[in-house]
Design a protein around this ligand. Structure first.
Ligand code: ZN
Length: 307
C-alpha cells in the first residue's frame, strides 16, 4: 500500500466558467469521471455525486500571509508541515528562501517517510547535466526537488526513466529526444506513464510526482501549453487509477497556489489549492486537509495507520 501525491504547480480551484477557467473547459474525462462529471473547479466541491472513494476539499494557500502565494514558501510548507510563509513573514519564490532549506533539513515528508520500510520516492526523472549541477550545488531546483534531495530520496535520471521507474516532468518522454538529445528513450503515452507512476507508488510508502508546466502555462497565458498540460495530467491520472488499488492505496492531487485556473491574469491567484483524494482512507485524509500546512502531517498519519 502506498500514498501517491501528484503535485500540480499553479492549479487552484477557480470559477466554474469555461471562458476564464481552462479547467472548467477542458474535457479531462478521467478527472470528471472521478468528480461525478464536474471539472476540477469550485463547483466540484458542492457535488454529492462523487464516484466513491473520491472526495475533493479546498486547501488554503494564502497561509494567513498578505500578498500572492508563491511556489518557494508554498512547496516548503507542503513538504515540511510548517507554515513557512508565516515563519518568514512573506510569500517567496519560485525557489527556496534560505530559511526554507533550514526548515526542510529537519521537517521533511521524504525524510520522515524514510523510516518506513518502503521509504519515499520522488518520481521525476532529471537529465544527467541537471543531476551533475545538483551534486555541485549549482542547480536551480524547485523546492519539491530540494525537499526530496534533502530528505534522502533518490533523484532519478534517464536510466530509471528507460526502465519505467520514473516519470518525465512533462509526463511523456518525447522532450528527452528533441530537447535533451538523449537517444533511445522509449516513448510512453500519458496513460502508460501513469501506470509506471502507480507501480512505483505501490512499492513505496510515499511517492511524489511534480508537474510544473501548469504554472508555466498560466504565467505565459499559453493556451496550447495549457491544453497539452491538462491532457497529460488527465491521461496520467487514468493510468494511476487503473493501477492503484483503492482499497489499499491513496492518491492525493494537490497544488501550491492558483494560477492556471484564471486565464484573465498571468499572476498567481488567491484561490485555494485542490485536495482531490481517492482511495483507501480518502475521507479521513480529506477531513484533515484545510491548508497546505496539513498535507505532511496528514500523510504521515495515513502512513502510520497503513503500516
Ligand atoms: Zn508561478
Amino acid at each position: 500500500m502506498g500514498l501517491l501525491i501528484v503535485f500540480l504547480d499553479g492549479v487552484g480551484l477557480g470559477a466554474d466558467d469555461p471562458v476564464t477557467n481552462p479547467l472548467a473547459a477542458a474535457p479531462m474525462p478521467v478527472l470528471r469521471g472521478l468528480l461525478g462529471g464536474a471539472g476540477l473547479t469550485r463547483a466540484a466541491l458542492d457535488r454529492p455525486a462523487y464516484i466513491p472513494p473520491t472526495t475533493l476539499v479546498a486547501l488554503d494557500a494564502t497561509l494567513g500571509v498578505a500578498g500572492l502565494p508563491q511556489s518557494g514558501t508554498g512547496q516548503a510548507t507542503l513538504w515540511s508541515g510548517i507554515n513557512v510563509a508565516a515563519r518568514i513573514g512573506r510569500h517567496s519564490g519560485p525557489y527556496a528562501p534560505p530559511q526554507a532549506r533550514e526548515i526542510l533539513l529537519s521537517n521533511n515528508l521524504f525524510q520522515a517517510a524514510a523510516h518506513h520500510p518502503r521509504a519515499a520516492a520522488f518520481a521525476n526523472a532529471y537529465p544527467p547535466r541537471y543531476l551533475d549541477r545538483l551534486e555541485r550545488g549549482t542547480a536551480r531546483q524547485s523546492v519539491t526537488a530540494l525537499a526530496a534531495y534533502l530528505g534522502g530520496a533518490t533523484l532519478r535520471g534517464p536510466d530509471e526513466l528507460r526502465q519505467g521507474e520514473a516519470v518525465s516532468a512533462f509526463v511523456t518522454n518525447e522532450l528527452w529526444a528533441t530537447r535533451l538529445g538523449v537517444v533511445g528513450m522509449p516513448e510512453v503515452t500519458a496513460f502508460e506513464a501513469g501506470e509506471n507512476l502507480a507501480r512505483l507508488a505501490r512499492r513505496h510508502a510515499v511517492t511524489v510526482f511534480e508537474f510544473f508546466a501548469t504554472d508555466m502555462a498560466g504565467h505565459r497565458r499559453d493556451s496550447e501549453l495549457t491544453t497539452t498540460s491538462l491532457e497529460r495530467i488527465d491521461g496520467l491520472l487514468g493510468g494511476v487509477v487503473a493501477t492503484l488499488d483503492p482499497r489499499r492505496d491513496l492518491l492525493l492531487v494537490t497544488s501550491d497556489h492558483g494560477n492556471l485556473e484564471d486565464a484573465t491574469s498571468s499572476e498567481h491567484t488567491l484561490n485555494p489549492a485542490p485536495g482531490l483524494v481517492w482511495g483507501a482512507g480518502a475521507f479521513d485524509m480529506a477531513a484533515r486537509l484545510a491548508s497546505l500546512v496539513d498535507v505532511t502531517p496528514a500523510a504521515l498519519d495515513w502512513l502510520a495507520g497503513a503500516r
